[in-house]
Design a protein around this ligand. Structure first.
Ligand SMILES: Nc1nc2c(c(=O)[nH]1)N[C@H]1C(S)=C(S)[C@@H](COP(=O)(O)OP(=O)(O)OC[C@H]3O[C@@H](n4cnc5c(N)ncnc54)[C@H](O)[C@@H]3O)O[C@H]1N2
Ligand code: MOO
Length: 427
C-alpha cells in the first residue's frame, strides 16, 4: 500500500543542475587522505600494498662490475693481434673479487661473476676456441670495449630514489626492494570495507534452485567484492539487506563502528523503497548525490561518523562504472595511496550515436577493433541498458562521451579508457 504519489523535489532538474564528473573527482581527490595506520610487512606479503615510506638505494645494484655471459674476460687494451690469450684465473659467480689479470691473459669467467679489476670485456665461450692443451684461448675479432660486461650501479645507483610513499607495490617493485636487501617495509594497513546489497528482490546465488517471479540473484555484492580484490582493502560481506529502513539503519550504524568505508548498492534513487539516502541523512551526513553522468546518476557519498559511505546505484552496470570512476580513487586515497587520472586515448569511433543528451557525461562500454583499412577504431556495445552485464563482459574499456557531445559519427575521435587504467587486467 503506498500513499498519494508525490512529485520528487527536483523532477524538473536538468543535468546542468547536477554535479559534473570532473567536479566529483576533484572533490574526492582534494578531500580524501589516509585513514589507516602503518605496519611493517615482509616481502612475501607486500604485493599490491600501498607504500608508507620512500625508498632510496643504500648501495649500487649490481654492487660490482660483472660478466653478462659465460666466457673469457680480458682487458680490451690487451686484445692481441692474433686474438689468442693465455687463460688466467677461473672466476665463478659468488667468488670473492678477483686479483688483476696478468698482461695478455683472459680469465675463465661465468655469468654474474665479478670482473677482474683491469678487465673490461668478455667474449662468449661459444665464440672462442681453447687450445688442445687448455692453456690459451682464441677470442673472436671485433668485440667492442665493454662487450658483455655489466657495470656496477647500472640497474640502480646508490642514493637513487626508487619508490615513493603512496605507491602501489607491483611484483617488479618487490624485486627492486629485495635487490636492495630489504626484507620488510612500512605499508599502509588495509582499509576495512563493508559491502552490502539492498533490495527485497535480491536472492543469494545458490540459496534457491529457482527464482520466484520478481526476484533476481544478487550480482553486485559479488562483483564489488571481486573489484575490491584488486585493491589493498580487507572486505567484510554484510550480505543482503531488505528494503526496510530500521534494518538498514541498524546494519549501517553497526558497520560504521568498525569499518573505514561502507559500500552499498541499490536503494540509491528516490523511490519510497529506496531507503539508503534517507538513512545516511539520519545517521550521518550526505555530501553528494546525483551526478550528471550515465550510467550512475544516483551515486551518493556521505559519512557516518568517521566511516565513509559510498552508495552505488543498483543497476549492475551503473554500480561497476561508478566503482571504477569514484570508489577506486576514494578507496585508494583513504588507504594511503595516490591518485592518477585514468589515461584516455582519443581514437576514431567505429560506431554512430544519432543523439546524445548534452550536459551529462556518458560512459559507454566498448572495445578496440581493427577496421578494413587496418586502423584501430573504438567499437561500442550496441545496447545501452544499465542492467546488461553482457555489455561489461564484451568490453575492454569505457567510451567517454563528454558533456558537450551531442552526436557521434563514425570516424569522430572519442575517448577510450581501457579497464587496465583502473587495474582490471584483460581476460
Ligand atoms: N524516479 C526515478 N527512478 C529512477 C532514477 C531516478 O533518478 N528517478 N534513477 C534510475 C537510475 S539512473 C538507476 S541506476 C536506478 C538505481 O536505482 P537504485 O540504486 O535505487 O537501485 P534499485 O532500484 O534498488 O535497483 C535498480 C535495478 O538494479 C537491480 N539491482 C539492484 N541491486 C542489485 C544487485 N545487488 N544485484 C543485481 N541487480 C540488482 C534491481 O533489481 C533493479 O532492477 O534507478 C533508476 N530509477
Ligand atoms: O545509473 Mo542508471 O544505470 O543511469 O540507469
Amino acid at each position: 500500500m503506498t500513499g498519494t504519489p508525490h512529485l520528487i523535489d527536483d523532477c524538473f532538474l536538468h543535468d546542468k543542475g547536477r554535479m559534473r564528473h570532473d567536479d566529483v573527482v576533484a572533490l574526492i581527490t582534494s578531500r580524501l587522505g589516509p585513514v589507516v595506520g602503518i605496519s611493517s610487512v615482509r616481502l612475501d606479503n607486500l604485493s599490491g600494498r600501498l607504500l608508507a615510506e620512500g625508498v632510496e638505494a643504500p648501495r649500487n645494484v649490481p654492487l660490482h662490475d660483472n660478466s653478462a655471459v659465460d666466457g673469457y674476460a680480458f682487458a680490451h687494451g690487451d686484445y692481441a693481434a692474433d686474438n689468442t690469450m693465455t687463460i688466467g684465473p677461473r672466476i665463478a659467480a659468488g667468488d670473492r673479487p678477483p686479483a688483476p689479470l696478468a698482461g695478455g691473459a683472459a680469465a675463465r669467467i661465468f655469468t654474474g661473476a665479478v670482473m677482474p679489476p683491469n678487465a673490461d670485456t668478455v667474449a662468449m665461450q661459444e665464440d672462442c676456441t681453447v687450445s688442445d692443451d687448455g692453456m690459451s684461448v682464441t677470442i673472436p675479432a671485433g668485440l667492442r670495449p665493454g662487450a658483455n660486461r655489466r657495470l656496477a650501479g647500472e640497474d640502480v645507483k646508490a642514493g637513487d630514489r626508487l619508490l615513493v610513499p603512496g605507491q602501489r607495490l607491483r611484483p617488479q617493485d618487490i624485486a627492486a626492494l629485495a635487490s636492495l636487501g630489504k626484507s620488510e617495509i612500512g605499508v599502509f594497513d588495509k582499509l576495512r570495507v563493508a559491502i552490502v546489497s539492498t533490495g527485497n528482490e535480491l536472492v543469494e546465488p545458490g540459496s534457491v534452485a529457482v527464482l520466484n517471479e520478481g526476484q533476481v540473484f544478487d550480482t553486485n555484492r559479488h562483483m564489488l567484492a571481486a573489484l575490491c580484490r584488486d585493491l589493498p582493502v580487507a572486505t567484510t560481506d554484510l550480505g543482503i539487506l531488505e528494503d526496510d529502513e530500521a534494518a538498514i539503519s541498524a546494519a549501517l550504524s553497526k558497520a560504521a563502528a568498525d569499518h573505514n568505508v561502507i559500500l552499498t548498492t541499490g536503494g540509491a534513487s528516490r523511490g519510497e523503497e529506496d531507503h539508503i539516502v534517507r538513512t545516511i541523512d539520519r545517521l550521518g551526513k550526505r555530501h553528494l548525490w546525483q551526478i550528471a553522468i550515465k550510467p550512475g546518476r544516483p551515486m551518493s557519498f556521505g559519512q557516518i561518523g568517521d566511516c565513509v559511505f559510498l552508495g552505488l546505484p543498483g543497476n549492475p552496470v551503473a554500480a561497476f562504472v561508478c566503482f571504477l570512476l569514484y570508489c577506486c580513487p576514494a578507496l585508494r586515497l583513504l588507504g594511503g595511496g595516490t591518485y592518477r587520472e585514468p589515461r584516455r586515448y582519443a581514437l576514431p569511433a567505429g560506431f554512430a550515436i544519432k543523439s546524445k543528451k548534452p550536459d551529462r557525461r556518458e560512459f559507454q562500454r566498448g572495445w578496440l577493433e581493427t577496421d578494413d583499412k587496418g586502423n584501430t577504431v573504438v567499437q561500442k556495445y550496441p545496447r545501452d541498458g544499465s542492467g546488461l552485464i553482457s555489455g561489461l563482459r564484451s568490453a575492454g574499456g569505457l567510451i567517454e562521451l563528454g558533456e558537450d557531445i551531442r552526436a557521434v559519427k563514425p570516424g569522430d575521435p572519442v575517448n577510450y579508457i581501457p579497464f587496465s587504467e583502473f587495474g582490471i587486467t584483460t581476460g
